[in-house]
Design a protein around this ligand. Structure first.
Ligand code: PGA
Length: 253
């Protein structure tokens, strides 16, 4: 059966020293009060922090994710970081297609697909982000938008590949705004995403895929959102930068 996942997305926050402290605090909290057997905790950290955070935490309790990778395998791409480099630094997963990458760095579904493929090739899990902007929801076009993102980025992968892909539904209007989608809105979209996967890959693949909600998840709302049948956890930004609040979210299943 699919895993529950509490994934933190630290974005471009913390120095290496602060990250080490934060990861250590979270590790101590998780050590003392561990999450359920079916729950996975992931920290999505900046590239520069991967090796350090990986040494601070108990890797049986906490997995490490990067927040992006290059769309090329290797070569003359100054400033880029490849999936192979991430793997060698100790990464378990890569967050791909986050709305900030789409909006500020021009990432298309096509580029994201290439990055997913390189991530899987290097034996890491891909956390694929999708979600509509406010205008699209207001026009009631959100289902079409998310369906197209999933079709474009994921439909060329195999059922076997899908075992290494986690989906994060993040309505852009709820990210960093304090405006959470209601638990009902999250469930409605998550159910739709699972149906979309079932039609393409079969029910078993769909049932085994963890679908996370992202957008202003906090200790105060996590329980209600995670209780929905098709919500398997969260991708958490702001609230993941505090050990106590992220720990509370890890225990919200
Ligand atoms: P937020 O960010 O929890 O701060 O809204 C979520 C995300 O962008 O993944």
């Amino acid at each position: 059966m699919r895993k529950n996942v509490a994934a933190g997305n630290w974005k471009m926050h913390t120095t290496v020293q602060e990250a080490s402290l934060l990861a250590g605090q979270l590790n101590a909290l998780l050590d003392a009060k561990n999450v359920g057997e079916n729950t996975r905790v992931i920290l999505g950290v900046p590239f520069t922090h991967i090796a350090v955070v990986g040494q601070v935490v108990n890797r049986n309790l906490i997995s490490i994710a990067a927040q992006n990778c290059a769309a090329e395998e290797k070569g003359a791409f100054t400033g880029e970081v490849s999936a192979e480099m991430l793997k060698s630094a100790g990464c378990d997963a890569v967050i791909l297609g986050h709305s900030e990458r789409r909006a500020y760095y021009g990432e298309t579904d096509e580029i994201i697909k290439t990055k997913i493929s390189l991530t899987l090739k290097n034996d890491m899990q891909a956390i694929f982000c999708c979600g509509e902007v406010l205008e699209e929801r207001e026009k009631e076009n959100h289902f079409n938008i998310v369906k197209a993102q999933i079709e474009n980025a994921l439909f060329d992968f195999s059922a076997e590949d899908m075992k290494s892909i986690v989906i994060a539904y993040e309505p852009v209007w709820a990210i960093g705004t304090g405006k959470t989608a209601s638990a009902e809105q999250a469930q409605e979209m998550h159910g739709f995403i699972r149906q979309t996967l079932a039609k393409k890959f079969g029910q078993e693949v769909a049932d085994n895929c963890s679908i996370l909600y992202g957008g202003s998840v906090k200790p105060a709302n996590a329980k209600e959102i995670f209780a929905k049948p098709d919500v398997d956890g969260g991708l958490v930004g702001g609230a993941a930068l505090n050990a106590e609040s992220f720990h509370a979210i890890c225990l919200a299943f």
